[in-house]
Design a protein around this ligand. Sequence first.
Ligand code: ADP
Ligand code: MG
Length: 251
Amino acid sequence: MSTKQSESVSAESIDSQSAASIHLENLGKTFDTKEGTEEVFSGIDLDIEPGTFVCLLGKSGSGKSTMLNIVSNVLEPTEGRVVFRNRDGSEDVNLGHVFQSPRLLPWNTCVQNIEYVHENNPDYEDSHAKRYLDLVGLKNHYNKYPTQLSGGQQQRVGIARALSIDPGVLLMDEPFSNLDEITAEGLREELVRVWQKLDKTVFFVTHDMTEAIQLSDRILMLGKGRIYGDLENPLDRPRELDSNEFLEFRQ
Ligand code: ADP
Ligand code: MG
């Protein structure tokens, strides 16, 4: 885990809901298509502690997005269920989403792109959106349109928008894979810094092993329909990075 801290942006003014735990119980998904039936995974049981930064690592086609979409309630599982729990035991948890492409509305400014997800709140104030833009280093870009921003800056708006709903769980599906490596590196550092400041559980999907090792407290390896590796604090366990699970991933 990167411990780099930057004092340039403050999160003091942000009220953060405490992180939630995630529980997958006997989770399975099968798709029925014209080609036949495809079982993506089955029998997955997992408990993720509140405040964990977990990476789901797997090769393309291993079922990462399918699992994330089930966790985020976009897809129904074929079997099993997903339960979230706040630290106080309640199960009503906000989910924040960051997609591979930030999906910003092109005719809206950065501030308006955040306001948009709060349109049901008549008391919503600009200052709230601006605090989240500040948090991700976009202080001087409030009124720019997406086309006036770099790819990395657009993704920062996507992260600010997801955080602005005060999620107990932040779901991210390969959010940096469309960015050049230097920009992606900067965003990873920024994300870890934000995660250290706000109490959030992050469920981060990636096919990039280096990214998973750098970011997470816990790596879950998905392949052949199961979780075949589960490693905590990868940076503190260099020997285990040569373990069978990682060798299997490299093949
Ligand atoms: P990953 O995100 O790890 O690349 P996906 O979850 O997108 O993998 O896909 C896992 C498998 O499920 C793939 O074989 C894919 O073709 C299949 N799949 C994903 N979504 C659907 C769908 N809506 N209908 C049928 N098959 C699907
Ligand atoms: Mg995917």
